[in-house]
Every structure is written in C-alpha cells, then in structure tokens.
Write a protein that binds this ligand. Structure first.
Ligand SMILES: NC(=O)c1ccc[n+]([C@@H]2O[C@H](COP(=O)([O-])OP(=O)(O)OC[C@H]3O[C@@H](n4cnc5c(N)ncnc54)[C@H](OP(=O)(O)O)[C@@H]3O)[C@@H](O)[C@H]2O)c1
Length: 244
C-alpha cells in the first residue's frame, strides 16, 4: 500500500483526523474559529481521542483554535483511569519558534505533561517561556515528523491521533506515516480562496497518486465521516469512536 511505509511496526499507529467544508477547507480566512463539525461528531472525536495515547497538533492550530485536546466525557476518562492510563492522552505540539503562549488551553487543561517538539534554535527560549507547563524536547535543527513519531514511540505512545492543522497533516502524509485518515465532510461552503485547504503541497516519494482504500462511510447527522485505510496496519476497530 503506497500511502504509508510498510513494515515499520515500532512507530505509533497514526490516525489523521480533521473536518472539511464541501470545498475542502479546514477553516475560513477569518480569525474566528469555524465550527465545521456537529455535536454528535464531536462526541465521536472525543471517543477516538479516548482510545489514543497521544494527540498532536501544530503550533498554528494551538494559536488559531486554542484547543484543549482532552477527553471531555467523564465516563471515558474514568475508563482510561481504570485501565491504568492517564485520564486523557498526552498532548503534543510542534514549533520552530519560541512564541507558544503558556496560557494556551493545551498547557492549562491540567491533564498531564504536554510535550513540545521544538527546533533547536528555539529550545532555550521556549523552555524559559513555558516553564513547568510542558516538556520541551529538542527535535533538531529542522524537526521531522518521522523523528517525532519515533520519539513518541519510545515514550510509550502506541496510538497517535494527529488533529491538524494543514502543515502537520501534509508532513505526516508526505512522510508516509499515516495509517488511517478520518475525514469529516461538513455541509457548507467556505467559498474563499484565502481559506486553508485540507492539504496543499504533499509530495510523496515516487510522485504517484495512489488511491486510498475507503474503509467506511458513516453519516453522523448532517456530516459524513469517511475513513480511509492508508497502510496495511489499518484497524477497522476505531477504538471508541462508534456511537455508545
Ligand atoms: N478543520 C479541522 O479539523 C482543523 C483541525 C486543525 C486545524 N484546523 C485549522 O488549520 C489552521 C492551522 O493550520 P496551519 O497549517 O496553519 O497550522 P499547523 O499545521 O497546526 O501548525 C503549523 C505550525 O506548526 C509548527 N510546525 C509545523 N511543522 C513543524 C515541524 N516539522 N517542526 C517544528 N514545528 C513545526 C510551526 O509552528 P511555529 O510557527 O510556531 O514555528 C508551524 O507554523 C487553522 O485555521 C485551524 O483552524 C482545522
């Protein structure tokens, strides 16, 4: 299956998750957060999160959306604790600059110790800025998502959910690190060429355009969930994302 590198069993099972408009946008071009999904789907996403060990977003999403990334449902949190896990998966972000705000919800949600993978030149300033709010990992001069993925595996992450934004999704796809894509299509048009698309530049080795395996189509009220298998490791069981 050419979408993902086969045979690398140590890296986390990696699930890309995002919602798009009918015209393929992740957001509009304003500063306000555009809600694409609906309540039922957000509950599904909460269940998928609960089945993961870590949730990763880029610093752009931290700045634009200020997501908490935690598991919200009390029963799901309690179930994780009963299984000997933290109430919520580890929160992870990537940055090349020392600009992350320690007041961002990812750092203040009170759920464990977030990880910040940071380019070497920005490490010292980021550690100073974030203090005890996060563990800042020196990810090298030009951090690569493959290295981040390996490092997460060494930290015990077996199942990784990547929730955007565009740059981060592009890198996981280009590096052929994704095992699954969960794409939610919302019934609205953004209709603005300035708005960020799901992905723009993704150059896979070989330059071909492999067709992904459509593993599931699920209607969730007014949105549609498309699940694509991107690797031979694809797991049909979505580990908590099906309705309760
Ligand atoms: N619809 C959805 O499901 C969904 C989900 C998530 C996000 N979004 C939207 O997506 C947009 C944000 O997307 P985006 O592409 O701007 O942001 P992004 O991918 O979330 O973050 C990009 C930033 O992450 C850091 N980064 C990325 N790759 C890195 C690497 N290899 N090493 C170190 N740092 C790295 C850089 O941060 P620094 O600039 O700090 O160096 C970069 O500017 C927002 O509009 C948001 O609302 C939508």
């Amino acid at each position: 299956m050419p979408w993902a590198v086969v045979g690398v069993s140590e890296r986390p099972y990696t699930l890309l998750s995002c919602a798009v408009s009918l015209d393929g946008c992740l957001d509009d071009a304003t500063d306000q957060r555009l809600l694409l999904s609906n309540a039922a789907d957000l509950d599904r996403v909460d269940g998928v999160r609960a089945g993961c060990d870590a949730i990763l977003v880029g610093a752009g999403t931290v700045r634009a959306d200020d997501p908490r990334l935690g598991v919200r449902d009390a029963d799901r949190r309690a179930r994780r604790v009963a299984e000997g896990r933290s109430p919520t998966p580890r929160k992870v972000t990537l940055t090349r600059h020392p600009g992350l705000d320690p007041r961002a919800a990812i750092f203040t949600g009170g759920d464990g110790d977030p990880l910040v993978y940071c380019a070497t030149p920005a490490v010292a300033a980021t550690r100073e800025r974030l203090g005890a709010a996060a563990t800042v990992v020196d990810a090298g001069a030009s951090p690569q998502v493959g290295w981040v993925s390996d490092d997460l595996a060494e930290r015990g992450v077996r199942r990784l959910m990547v929730e955007g934004g565009r740059q981060v999704l592009e890198q996981f796809l280009a590096a052929q690190l994704a095992d699954e894509l969960q794409l939610v299509v919302a019934p609205l048009l953004v209709g603005d060429a300035r708005a960020p698309r799901f992905v723009a530049d993704v150059r896979t080795p070989g330059g071909d355009r492999p067709r992904a395996d459509l593993a599931e189509v699920r209607r969730i009220e007014d949105v549609v969930l498309l699940r694509y298998a991107l690797s031979a490791r694809f797991e049909q069981d979505d580990h908590g994302g099906t309705p309760r």
